[in-house]
Design a protein around this ligand. Structure first.
Ligand code: ADP
Length: 156
């Protein structure tokens, strides 16, 4: 168990379809702490870094264009094992294959227009948060509900 921060990006499809409230409500309801949130317009340069692992894929340009089609909302959530928790809530990459009950399973029908990006490992979460947020854009405050979310040893 470890207290982690992870990156969620509400993609242009979420912003355009008016799903920002519904998706962020899921993370709030789960009990994750919102440590940072901002609207931003992604650039080709930033996406070349963020999606470097897709550079050889035939859909690379199309995915980047999709991510630049409108502003996105970058969010940092914190919680015990937050990377895995958020990844489980996200579901499989292809919305048609994603299990019902997951975000992608409930809100999308596409391999590309799949609503959210979420970090897939603690190491990538750290790298991605550094890429998308300045240190002063992430806030350390205590949720007044904290003792109802975890017992103390879980957070140590
Ligand atoms: P994930 O977002 O689930 O971590 P990847 O890192 O493999 O998945 O891919 C990044 C993004 O690229 C996906 O979220 C999706 O938008 C797009 N993508 C991945 N695979 C495909 C595909 N086969 N066809 C179209 N778009 C894809």
């Amino acid at each position: 168990m470890s207290l982690e921060k992870t990156l969620v990006i509400l993609k242009p499809s979420t912003v355009q379809r008016g799903l920002v409230g519904e998706i962020t409500a899921r993370f709030e309801r789960k009990g994750l702490r919102l440590a940072g949130m901002k609207m931003m317009q992604l650039t080709d340069e930033l996406l070349n870094e963020h999606y470097a692992h897709l550079a050889n894929k035939p859909f690379f340009s199309r995915v980047k264009n999709s991510m630049m089609a409108s502003p996105v909302i970058a969010c940092c959530y914190e919680g015990v094992d937050a990377v895995q928790v958020v990844r489980s809530m996200t579901g499989a990459t292809n919305g048609r294959a994603a299990a019902p009950g997951t975000i992608r399973g409930d809100y999308c029908v596409s391999a590309q227009e799949n609503i959210v990006h979420t970090s897939d490992s603690p190491q990538n979460a750290t790298e991605e948060l550094n890429r998308f947020f300045k240190p002063e854009e992430l806030f350390d405050y205590t949720l007044c509900t904290q003792s109802y979310l975890n017992y103390a040893e879980e957070r140590d």
